[in-house]
Write a protein that binds this ligand. Sequence first.
Ligand code: BG6
Length: 370
Amino acid sequence: EKGGWDSFMDKEIHEDPAAVQRTLLGRFDEHGDVTLDEVHIDEHDFKAIDKIIVIACGTASYAGQVAKYAIEHWVRIPVEVELAHEFRYRDPILTPRTLVVAISQSGETMDTLMALRHAREQGSKVLAICNTQGASIPRESDAVLYTHAGPEVAVASTKAFVAQITAAYLLGLYLAQVKGAMFRDEIQQVLASLKDMPAKIQWVLDTQPEAIEKAAEQMVDAKSFLFLGRHVGYPVALEGALKLKEIAYTFTEGFAAGELKHGPIALVDEGEPVVFIVPPERGRNVLHAKVISGIEEVKARGAFIIAVAERSDKDVQQYADVVFWRPECPTLMSPLVDVVPLQLFAMDMAKLKGYDVDKPRNLAKSVTVE
Ligand code: BG6
C-alpha cells in the first residue's frame, strides 16, 4: 500500500518524478511531434481557438496558473485561469473559439463540474486534464488529457500537481504546433527539457530532505509563513503556502514577490519566516535580481529567509538562512522542481506537530458538493 513509506503523502511526493515521466509517455512521436491521439477535438477546431480559460480549484488551479505563463508565451493566445466556483457565477465570455480546460485530480469536484457544464451550454469546447479514468469531469468533457500520476490517496495533492503542469504544457505545445506558433525545433527543445525534469526532481528528492527536515525542526513553532515568488514562481509560492496550511495548520499567505512593497512587507517582523522562490540567474532573467532585492529588504527587517534556488546561485547564499537547492533548468520548467521541497517541508512540519499528514482535519480529498 504505502510501499514502505510511513504515509501516503511521503510515498506520493516520491512519485513526483514518475508522475511527470508517465504523463509524457506516448505523447510525442519519434520526430518529436506532439501527438495527443486521445484528444478528440478536430484539428480545425483547435486551430480556431483564440482564448483558453482554465477552470479548477485548489492545487489544480495553481497548476493552471503555471501553465498560463507557458501557453501564452508559446501559443500567443490569452489564457485566463479562474477558480471554478467564481467562473460559474460571473457570466463569463465564452464563444465556440474558447477552449475551456478543466483541471481536476479526482474528476469529481462539483464546483469544476458545474463550471464545465456551464461552459458547454454556452457553446465552448471543454478539455479535461484529469487523473482519474472515467470520472464525471472527463466523461462530460469534449476531450480528455489524462495525467498518469497514479492514484493519489493523501488529501493534500502532490504528484498530481506536477503531472497537471506536464499535461497542460503538452497541450500548449500541441496548440503551438497546430497553430504554427512555434518552430518545430523550438517545440523539440521544450520537449527535451520536459523529458529532463524527472531526473532533476529525483536529484531534489535524493539530496535535499535532510536540509528540509532541519529547517522544519527549526521552524516548527512559527505562527505564520509568507511565501513569495514571481512569474511561474508565484503560483509555486501559492501552492507551497496551501500545502503548509492544509496539513500543518500554519497560517500562511502566498504573494507575488512584486507585491511586497505594496502591502505584505508590513507583516514582516523580527524572526518572521519568509519563503522565496528564486528564479534562475542565467541569461536575460531580470527577475532574479528583483527577487534577490526583495530578499534583502525583508532580511533587513529581521525575517528568517528560506529560499528555493538554483544550486549555482551565489547571491542567495548571502542572505538566506536556509536554502533548498534545485538543479539548473529553464524558467518555465522550474515549477516542476521548486514545488518538491515545499511539499516535503509541509509534510515534515505536520509530522513534527504530530498531525495525520494523509487526512488533515476538515478537508476531503474530493469535494462533491458545490
Ligand atoms: C480540494 C482538495 O478539496 O480539492 C485539494 O483537498 C484539491 O487537494 C482540490 O487540490 C481540487 O481537487 P481536484 O480533485 O478537482 O483536483
